[in-house]
Ligand binder design. Structure first.
Ligand code: NAP
Length: 248
């Protein structure tokens, strides 16, 4: 029987790359989405047709406990439970520091941190019973370094996600390995659309390999970290950023 992987925010740039890579590698995949229903359903069809693995697409807001519980119950019923969880769902609303408020801050923490906690908490029930599990939290180099005060809330959320990773690794030991990946600038369609050419050029110059990363490169790292070859990697934060310089 294939292992079952749940990817949150799976219709987005990095999430869909992870889903495709893992389906191609023979995992059964569950695509969680919030608003991108059409994209999620198209991805599901593609995965089933091309890779012949089992695939579900489930709408749930990860920040809401009841929706997360319902999602895990459905997965348990249809596929027997989640063996591997990829906490990828995340939001970021860059804006001038003075234009942000506590409510915006709370929303980001709710999705990026509490959302990851909600999913890990549910996933652990099955993982504990099976005495096996892998959890990967998609953090960010912004959780380690500070680049722009426009993203202070996002940065704080990713730093908290890194801290949560360490705590979950201790709490879920010895059967569940919990690691975080901290990507730098990854050129998803959305990310590239959001900035002008000049800014993108300047940002690439700050990266030692002089380019931004690709979603499939993050997906390859996920694939390795959940494989048996990475069994001894636990409680770690792994950067994938091309050698990013220039924190302030
Ligand atoms: P993205 O395209 O915006 O994907 C994020 C996904 O999160 C969206 O598809 C969205 O789903 C989902 N999401 C948002 N709120 C949700 C909620 N409450 N419940 C469930 N799903 C929710 O962004 P991305 O660039 O692929 O980023 C993926 C992850 O990598 C994020 O955690 C991000 O912080 C992290 N990251 C990205 C970069 C980068 O350069 N791109 C760098 C470092 C870290 P719907 O579309 O269905 O609403």
């Amino acid at each position: 029987m294939n292992k079952v992987v749940l990817i949150t925010g799976a219709a987005g740039g990095i999430g869909s790359a992870i889903a495709l890579k893992l389906a191609q590698s023979g995992y059964d995949v569950v695509l969680n989405y919030l608003s991108s229903e059409t994209k999620a359903l198209e991805l599901k069809e593609k995965i089933i047709e091309e890779y012949k693995v089992r695939c579900l697409a489930i709408k749930a807001d990860v920040s809401k406990e009841d929706e997360v519980e319902a999602m895990f119950s459905l997965i348990e019923k249809e596929l027997g439970g989640v063996d591997i969880l990829i906490n990828n769902a995340g939001i970021d609303h860059p804006d001038m520091f003075y234009r942000k408020n506590a409510e915006d801050f709370r929303k980001i923490l709710d999705v990026n941190v509490v959302g990851a906690y909600n999913c890990a908490n549910e996933a652990y029930k099955h993982m504990k019973e099976k005495e096996y599990g892998r959890i990967i939290n998609i953090a960010s180099t912004n959780g380690i370094n500070t680049y722009y005060p426009m993203c202070f809330d996002y940065d704080a959320s990713k730093a908290a996600l890194i801290s949560l990773t360490h705590n979950l690794a201790i709490q879920f030991s010895p059967y569940v390995n919990v690691n975080a990946i901290a990507p730098g600038f990854i050129g998803t369609e959305k990310e590239l659309e959001g900035y002008d050419e000049e800014f993108l050029k300047q940002e690439s110059e700050k990266i030692l390999v002089k380019r931004y990363g690709r979603p499939d490169e993050v997906a390859s790292l996920v694939k390795f970290l959940i494989s048996d070859e990475a069994d001894f990697i636990n409680n770690s934060i792994i950067r994938i950023d091309g050698g990013q310089a220039g924190s302030c």
